[in-house]
Design a binder for this molecule. Structure first.
Ligand code: SF4
Ligand code: SF4
Length: 249
């Protein structure tokens, strides 16, 4: 027998999110099909009717109809649709004549699954890493600083006088990266340092969390974690007193 899910937990997640717009969007779809051609999954799958954006919301409607009384097998089908048949690009939402925000409904369904402990392993791990290390790739503070230092040394051999400023107070630009750069692609850091140097820009990297601008929590609709990522970057920018934050993602 498939594992049951606590219906109270399901409805506790959904109820606070079911404002007037949410309820309207769930109820007013006329199945006109105008959103179909806007979806790249639909087009890339020989116009498979199962890929029509409005159809992908059927699970959320079913969950509401059953008042959260669903099981793990059912949620696995939901998972397959909201992660592998939609990337929440929001194109369909812009084309629906009634303004039904399908992407919002799909994203809310992702958030529901996350709240029940169901999310893609890679994304979940990245969020855990962020919480523990301040970046999604689990780069330690020491490794981050060391990487910037040797990137500076190597690049300065090519461009004499080049600096990679760290925690420069009052710099014009605070530059942030995808944590994959120090981990796997430090050459990207070196290339950007060259551009800033040649352009004569006043820039800096933060040494503390806030330098990884990837927000993978957003993809699983883990709002508190997604907020934390943005707040960390904002906090660093305020501390350093910069005028701008450059985000590469
Ligand atoms: S979501 Fe909008 S465009 Fe798509 S079928 Fe429903 S009413 Fe039509
Ligand atoms: S939000 Fe999802 S369903 Fe809508 S067009 Fe994008 S991929 Fe397709």
């Amino acid at each position: 027998m498939t594992e049951p899910i606590n219906p109270t937990a399901v409805m506790d997640y959904l109820k606070p999110r079911m404002g007037a717009r949410f309820k309207t969007w769930v109820e007013i779809c006329t199945h006109c099909g105008m959103c179909a051609d806007t979806c790249h999954y639909y087009l890339a799958n020989d116009k498979d009717p199962k890929m029509i954006p409005a159809y992908k919301v059927r699970f959320l409607k079913e969950i509401l109809k059953r008042k959260g009384r669903v099981d793990k097998d059912f949620l696995q089908q939901v998972y397959n649709t909201v992660y592998y048949e939609c990337n929440v690009c929001r194109r369909c939402s812009l084309y629906c004549p009634f303004g039904i925000d399908i992407a919002f409904l799909i994203s809310t369904t992702r958030g529901l699954l996350t709240s029940l402990g169901i999310a893609p392993e890679g994304l979940r791990k990245a969020v855990e890493n962020y919480k523990e290390f301040g970046n999604q790739m689990a780069v330690t503070d020491e490794d981050w600083i060391e990487t910037l230092q040797w990137c500076e040394e190597e690049t300065a051999e090519e461009l004499v006088g080049l600096k990679i400023p760290i925690d420069k107070k009052g710099a014009k630009i605070m530059y942030t990266v995808n944590a994959r750069e120090p981990k796997f692609y430090p050459q990207d850091i070196m290339e950007v340092a060259k551009i800033f140097h040649v352009a004569g820009e006043d820039w800096t990297f933060p040494s503390q969390k806030g330098w990884d601008d990837t927000n993978l929590a957003m993809f699983i609709n883990d709002v508190p974690s997604a907020r934390m990522v943005v707040e960390n970057t904002f906090k660093r920018a305020e501390e350093l007193g910069v005028q701008q934050v450059a985000i590469t993602e």
